[in-house]
Design a protein around this ligand. Structure first.
Ligand SMILES: Cc1cc2nc3c(=O)[nH]c(=O)nc-3n(C[C@H](O)[C@H](O)[C@H](O)COP(=O)(O)OP(=O)(O)OC[C@H]3O[C@@H](n4cnc5c(N)ncnc54)[C@H](O)[C@@H]3O)c2cc1C
Length: 348
């Protein structure tokens, strides 16, 4: 009866369900939790790329035009557009879009295993010619059935009843115990979080939990890859965090997850091989990783790279970034092109 079964109703699974249903596939989504979007384990910051997916972003709280990257009080301002969403409303919005395209979503239904073309759950088994595992970073099915996995670090954030000191999103790389810390202003409160280095999570989390102004706290795994194995085996594929599309330095995993779902949709429609499409995504992530490492090395050496504002652009499109800078500041162009070329060689 179904063409596609999706395990997991996070953004990756729901986006796949919506898009596949639009294309006329009969889609069933299985979700173990009682409610879409809960519990929240996410800040909800999305890059401006979200507008290429959605005209109206469900759960949108506010938009930012800048991001401060700081170290020991010294900050550079990056022109990065982002959208902050209330994550539970974002997921619920995607779920209602998927449902209105015809997808069926079963809550309280935990996928326990796969047998042939069937997904075995606590509420019976369901069959379809293709199964997409969108079960997040901790889901074991992708490891068990397609041998796909990777490493993850832990992220944690608290909502603090404190006036934000800045109107911009702030990323701070001063504390060596964390890969980075972030702070996101809300109206009369702020979110503060960190992605920790292995072994430092308990110390950092105790500090956060001891904050007197703490209103809520959430934590979860963040895949850092590199992914091991291929994310597809015959008629079972992993998408989103389950496919290890996230890197701590890649502006979160929601949009990357949705992009991996687009890859799977192309595969299902016979347009592009899933592995090839995912290889492109992973290679982009490798570039971001190289840039992030280069920046960290410079920071460790006490050098504060003034070209940092172009870092994201450089990672994605070195030539275009150099041209952008050239138009505004010809003198900087040469330096940017040089750094872009170096990063390119590093990647090779
Ligand atoms: C502290 C923190 C902050 C973050 N902040 C951001 C951010 O600001 N921006 C951003 O883009 N990303 C952020 N992320 C990462 C982001 O949360 C993930 O990348 C994103 O949720 C991945 O979506 P997904 O759909 O792949 O998986 P998930 O959102 O994890 O969804 C997986 C779903 O599958 C269900 N499930 C699991 N196993 C089963 C099963 N066996 N049967 C049925 N259902 C199952 C789960 O209940 C869940 O609903 C953050 C992560 C953390 C930990």
């Amino acid at each position: 009866m179904w063409d596609l079964i999706v395990v997991g109703a996070g953004p990756s699974g729901l986006w796949l369900a919506k898009r596949a249903s639009e294309e006329g596939l009969r889609v069933l989504v299985l979700e173990e939790d009682w409610e879409i979007g809960l519990p929240v384990r996410c800040t909800g910051l999305l890059g401006s790329e979200v507008h290429s997916f959605l005209d109206e972003v469900p759960g949108e709280l506010r938009r930012f035009g800048n991001m401060l990257v700081c170290r020991e009080g010294d900050c550079v301002e990056l022109e990065i557009d982002s959208v902050l969403v209330e994550r539970s409303l974002f997921d619920k919005g995607l779920a209602s879009m998927a449902a209105s395209e015809g997808a069926s979503i079963l809550l309280r239904t935990r996928a326990l295993g796969l047998r042939g073309n069937s997904v075995i759950t606590n509420r019976g088994s369901f069959s379809a010619p293709f199964v997409a595992l969108a079960e997040g970073a901790l889901g074991g099915l992708s490891r068990r059935y397609i041998g796909h996995g990777g490493d993850f670090v832990m992220g944690m954030e608290g909502i603090l009843a404190e006036r934000p000191e800045s109107e911009d999103v702030k990323v701070d790389v001063t504390d060596r115990r964390a890969f980075f810390r972030w702070s996101v202003p809300l109206d009369r409160a702020k979110k503060e979080g960190f992605v920790s280095r292995p072994g430092t999570f308990s110390g950092l989390s105790s500090e956060l939990l001891a904050r007197k102004d703490l209103l809520a706290v959430r934590s979860g795994p963040i895949p850092v890859g590199p992914p091991r194995g291929r994310p597809i085996r015959r008629s079972v594929a992993a998408v989103g965090d389950a496919a290890y599309t996230v890197k701590a330095s890649s502006f979160g995993g929601i949009l990357l997850g949705m992009r991996s779902s687009e890859c799977l949709l192309s595969h299902l429609l016979g347009e592009e091989d899933f592995s090839a499409c995912m290889a492109r995504l992973y290679s982009e992530l490798r570039k971001v990783r190289v840039v992030a490492r280069a920046v960290h090395r410079l920071l460790d050496a006490g050098i504060w790279p003034r070209w940092l504002p172009r870092v994201r652009l450089m990672a994605e499109d070195p030539v275009g970034a150099a041209w952008e800078v050239f138009k505004r500041r010809p003198l900087r162009a040469a330096a940017t092109a040089l750094v872009g070329a170096l990063l390119y060689l590093l990647r090779k």
